[in-house]
Design a protein around this ligand. Structure first.
Ligand code: PLP
Length: 429
C-alpha cells in the first residue's frame, strides 16, 4: 500500500545541487536587504565570463532554504510536495529533495526527473486528475502509487492500468478569489458529484484515501483555503456515511505565494485544519506548493540586442521575451520588473544615480509584435550590449517557454548562488 511520506525528511546528497555551476566558492560583497536580485553576483559572472551566452539565470539556494524553513515553521503539519510543473530546474528540485520536500508530478517525464535524482517513489503524488493510460502504466511500474481523479472515466483507466493505486478525490473549491490563474474551470468534482465518484471507485476495487483541491495559482487567499478545507471535510463525512473506508489524506494543493500573504494564509489554514479535522488522529496533510518555492529564487539576466530612438521614446530589444523565459507574462499574468545591471551595484553608483529616465518599450527577440515585455517603463538611456536584470523569474517561466523564431527557448545556463538570509553575504556555488 502506498504511504505518502509524512515524516520529514529523507535527506539526500547535495551533489546534484552543486554540479551545475561554473564559478565556485567565490564570495561576493554583502547585499543590503533591498538588493535581492543577485546583481553583484551577475556582475561577477559577466566579468569572469565576458563571452557568456545570454540570457542566463541565477538560482539562489539561500532563498529556497529560507522559504523551506518558513514553511516548516508556519505550516509544521503540512508536508510540502513541490509542484514540479512550476519550474523543473534540476538544481532546484535536487535542493528541495535534499531539504526533505516530496513532489507533485503531472506526467511521466516529471516522475522520471524526480526518480533520476534518487528520490523514492513514495515521495511522489501523481497529481494530475486526467492522465494518459501509458503514463498511468509507467507510474505503476516505478511504484508511484497515489494519484488524483475527478471523473468516472479516470477511475476506469486507473482500474485497468494501475489497480493498486490509491486515489485522492480532487474537488472544486467553493471559491478561488484573488487567484491569478484559475484551475476550477478544468478540474475538481462538484459537491453533487462526490457520492457517485466515491462509490464508483469503491466498486472498481480502488481505495479513495483522501481529498485534494487547488484554490487557484498566485492568490494565496486565506479565505479560499478555509472554504476548501471545510468542503474537504464534507467529503470525508460523505465517505463515512456511505460506509467506505476512513479517509486519511488532506491535500491542500498549491496557490501559495512567498510574501506576507503566506503568513496570514498559514494561520487560517492551521486553524481550519484544527477546526474541521481536529478529531482525525490519522490525518496526513500535504500541500503542493510550486510558485512559493520557485518564484523569488530565480533572477534572469538578459542582454540588450537592439535599440531605436523615437523622440523621447526609447525602444529596446532584448534576447529573451514572451516566447522564452518571460512567457510568464502571458500564461501566468505576471507583472515583471527589470533594472539595468549598471544601475544596481550600489546606490552611489555614479553611472545611474542622476541619470534621466525615458519612457521605454522593451521587446523580445522574435518578429511578433506581441513579443513585448514592458511598455511605458521608465529606464535610463541604455546601449546595445547593456544588461537588464529581471528578479522573481522562477515561476512558470522556463517550464512553458518555446522555440518560436528559432530562439532556442530561454536561458542558456543557470548559475547557483547562496545568499545568507542574515548577513546577506552571497557565495557562488
Ligand atoms: N498542484 C496542482 C495540481 C497544480 O495544477 C498546480 C499548478 O497549476 C500546483 C499544484 C502548483 O500551484 P502553485 O504554483 O500555485 O503553488
Amino acid at each position: 500500500m502506498a504511504t505518502l511520506v509524512s515524516e520529514p525528511f529523507q535527506a539526500m546528497s547535495l551533489k546534484h545541487v552543486f554540479s551545475a555551476s561554473g564559478i565556485k566558492g567565490k564570495r561576493v560583497t554583502a547585499l543590503s536587504p533591498q538588493e535581492n536580485a543577485l546583481t553583484d553576483f551577475i556582475r561577477t559572472i559577466i566579468a569572469e565570463k565576458p563571452d557568456i551566452d545570454s540570457p542566463f539565470s541565477v538560482l539562489d539556494l539561500g532563498v529556497v532554504m529560507a522559504l523551506f524553513e518558513k514553511w516548516a515553521t508556519k505550516l509544521p503539519t503540512v508536508q510540502p510536495f513541490y509542484a514540479v510543473k512550476c519550474n523543473p530546474n534540476l538544481s532546484l528540485i535536487a535542493a528541495l529533495a535534499a531539504l526533505g520536500t516530496s513532489f507533485d508530478c503531472a506526467s511521466k517525464a516529471e516522475i522520471q526527473a524526480i526518480l533520476s535524482l534518487g528520490v523514492s517513489p513514495d515521495r511522489i503524488i501523481y497529481a494530475n486528475p486526467c492522465k494518459p493510460e501509458s503514463h498511468i502504466r509507467y507510474a505503476a511500474t516505478v511504484g508511484v502509487n497515489v494519484t488524483t481523479y475527478d471523473s468516472k472515466h479516470e477511475v476506469e483507466k486507473i482500474r485497468k492500468c494501475h489497480p493498486t493505486c490509491e486515489l485522492i478525490l480532487r474537488i472544486r473549491p467553493p471559491q478561488e478569489s484573488g487567484a491569478r490563474t484559475s484551475l476550477g474551470l478544468k478540474y475538481g468534482a462538484l459537491p453533487e458529484e462526490v457520492p457517485e465518484l466515491l462509490s464508483v471507485a469503491h466498486a472498481a476495487g480502488l481505495k479513495v484515501t483522501g481529498v485534494s483541491f487547488h484554490i487557484g495559482s498566485g492568490g494565496g487567499d486565506a479565505q479560499a483555503y478555509e472554504g476548501a478545507i471545510s468542503a474537504a471535510k464534507s467529503v470525508f463525512d460523505t465517505a463515512s456515511r456511505l460506509g467506505l473506508p476512513r479517509m486519511r489524506v488532506l491535500d491542500i494543493g498549491g496557490g501559495f505565494t512567498s510574501g506576507p500573504v503566506f503568513d496570514a494564509a498559514a494561520m487560517k489554514i492551521n486553524a481550519a485544519i484544527q477546526g474541521s479535522f481536529g478529531n482525525e488522529e490519522e490525518l496526513v496533510v500535504i500541500g503542493e506548493p510550486g510558485r512559493y518555492f520557485a518564484e523569488t529564487a530565480f533572477t534572469l539576466a538578459t542582454k540588450v540586442i537592439g535599440k531605436r530612438v523615437r523622440g523621447e521614446l526609447r525602444e529596446y530589444w532584448i534576447d529573451d521575451g514572451i516566447y522564452g523565459t518571460l512567457i510568464n507574462i502571458v500564461f501566468d499574468y505576471a507583472t515583471v520588473t527589470c533594472m539595468p545591471l549598471a544601475c544596481t551595484s550600489k546606490p552611489e553608483n555614479p553611472s545611474c544615480m542622476d541619470s534621466k529616465t525615458y519612457s521605454s518599450t522593451v521587446f523580445g527577440p522574435t518578429c511578433d509584435s506581441l513579443d513585448t515585455v514592458l511598455s511605458d517603463y521608465q529606464l535610463p538611456e541604455l546601449q546595445v550590449n547593456d544588461w537588464l536584470v529581471f528578479p522573481n523569474m522562477g515561476a512558470y517561466t522556463t517550464s512553458s517557454s518555446t522555440n518560436f523564431n528559432g530562439f532556442s527557448s530561454s536561458v542558456k545556463s543557470t548559475f547557483l548562488a547562496y545568499t545568507n538570509p542574515i548577513t546577506r553575504e552571497q557565495t557562488m556555488l
